[in-house]
Design a protein around this ligand. Structure first.
Ligand code: URA
Length: 209
């Protein structure tokens, strides 16, 4: 090495935890889209195991998530927890994140510019965790990941490839709370995910009520 030249040390291999931490630090107190000025309390980044085989992707934080800083802790979150447990996992064994990291005012739908701004952070979360299976909860998650505008009713029921993971779209737990008749279809989707993971449902498992 020539005298005075500094060795160039580039950290190539980072743990998933370090990679997630770096993404969180990049987000900072994000002001990249208008949601930061529309009443959000805090950024809701994601929760769970950094080495999860299964990752759930929802839409956006609601009031409870905005207050606690944790995804899926309200009523829809309680149903999601039952769905996770029916698959034979504990909630802390999977990873849960949303397309948007900030709560849209009044729980309105995410807008295209907000999705476009936040999408790279979700994609980086997925690249860090490298889950085997991604379960996209509802139209916004499925459409963002699959880059389509198809309705969730058309997208669900089959397996897609997403950057090395297998992606299964299913109904959003909030929709299932409003329309419990679709829980059977959602359970079929979760069973598809379990088959991909070569996992049997626990003896007590039943469609989440
Ligand atoms: N709905 C979502 O999509 N995400 C949450 O975190 C809570 C409710």
């Amino acid at each position: 090495m020539p005298a005075g030249a500094e060795p160039l040390i580039v950290p190539v291999l980072r743990s998933a935890a370090e990679a997630l931490q770096a993404i969180r630090e990049d987000l900072g107190e994000c002001t990249r889209c208008k949601l930061h000025g529309l009443g959000r309390t805090q950024i809701v980044f994601g929760v769970g195991s950094e080495s999860a085989d299964v990752m759930f992707v929802g839409e956006a934080p609601g009031a409870d998530e905005d207050a606690q800083g944790i995804p899926f802790v309200g009523r829809a979150g309680q149903l999601l927890t039952k769905m996770i447990e029916a698959m034979g996992f504990r909630r802390d064994e999977v990873y849960i994140a949303n397309v948007l990291k900030c709560r849209p005012p009044g729980n309105r739908n995410p807008e295209p510019d907000e999705i476009a701004t936040c999408q790279p952070y979700l994609f980086r979360q997925i690249a860090s965790i490298q889950p085997k299976v991604i379960i996209a909860l509802g139209a916004f998650a499925a459409r963002t990941l699959l880059e389509t505008q198809d309705p969730i009713s058309r997208l669900r029921g089959r397996v897609y490839e997403f950057r090395g993971a297998q992606l299964i779209p299913t109904f959003h737990p909030s929709f299932l709370l409003r329309s419990p008749g679709y829980k059977r279809d959602a359970w079929d989707d979760l069973k598809l995910a379990m088959a991909l993971l070569a996992r049997q449902p626990p003896a007590s498992a039943a469609p989440a009520e």
